[in-house]
Design a binder for this molecule. Structure first.
Ligand code: SAH
Length: 245
């Protein structure tokens, strides 16, 4: 193949997003398909509390596509498609896939949505969101984790994710307001700056409760009149939301 033809093919592949779609064809695709079935069972089992009996097509496809084994430490690749959280270093964890899917589903973002995530961690939740929405802003307080996630997301071709190092309690005022906010570390109260940065009609999913124990996963919805309402879903266990000192 001559260089001109190869360049043309590369350009066409780029336009079709073939790079990203090709991820689904790796050696772990079967493991991901099994994981999706487990997560689907989780949705059925918790539907009474969450109000969601199944995943929307976009969330299911995102779980089928995103290479979770790239977001875990090399020594844990064999466990990447088991439905549980795993350590990612610096005392932090990558969330359980069921929880990532549930939080995305509860946030229920439209394809053109701009979404804020607090707690980038490995970047996996950000990648799942990025498969479903127009733009993801994600904040991580532990600089080495944020930097690693930024590099990985870029390498995997996620051009619609911005990673910032900082304290997500304060949100991301320059990019606000958001259609949805997903908080993946647990505060003991709902941060007011995040409520303020939610659009009317927007939704926030956040674990709130004791920082060293079990929290309630809350769905906060801001009405068209700007008033926030709250609904409890399931009990969860997240790492604490820490603050800048
Ligand atoms: N969403 C992540 C899970 C991350 S665990 C994933 O998909 O892998 C929670 C993360 O929140 C940790 O990396 C922790 O360092 C981070 N965090 C804790 N407090 C924070 C804060 N105030 N602002 C931003 N990130 C915070």
């Amino acid at each position: 193949m001559d260089t001109r033809r190869r360049t043309l093919l590369a350009a066409v592949a780029g336009l079709l997003g073939a790079g990203r779609r090709a991820q689904a064809q790796d050696a772990h695709a079967d493991a991901r398909a099994r994981l999706v079935r487990e997560v689907e069972a989780g949705f059925r089992d918790t539907a009474g509390e969450t109000g969601r009996a199944r995943m929307s097509p976009c969330v299911r496809q995102a779980l089928e596509r995103v290479q979770r084994h790239r977001f875990v430490p090399p020594s844990l690749v064999d466990s990447a498609y088991v439905d549980r959280p795993l350590p990612i270093g610096m005392g932090q964890t990558i969330s359980q896939p069921f929880i990532v899917a549930l939080m995305t589903e509860l946030a229920d973002p439209a394809p053109d949505a701009r979404v804020l995530e607090v707690g980038t961690g490995s970047g996996y939740q950000a990648a799942v969101l990025a498969e479903c929405v127009a733009k993801v802003y994600t904040i991580e307080i532990v600089a080495p984790l944020g930097e690693r996630a930024r590099a990985l997301l870029a390498e995997l071709g996620y051009r619609n994710v911005d990673v910032r190092i900082g304290d997500g309690y304060k949100g991301w005022p320059e990019a606000a307001p958001f259609d949805a906010i997903v908080v993946t570390a647990a505060p003991d109260h709902v941060p007011q700056p995040l409520v303020d940065q939610l659009k009317p009609g927007g939704r926030m999913v956040i674990p709130v409760g004791q920082q060293a124990g079990v929290q309630q996963l809350l769905l906060i919805t801001k009405g068209a009149d700007g008033r926030a309402t709250m609904r409890r879903t399931i009990a969860v266990r997240f790492v604490p939301l820490t603050r800048e000192r």
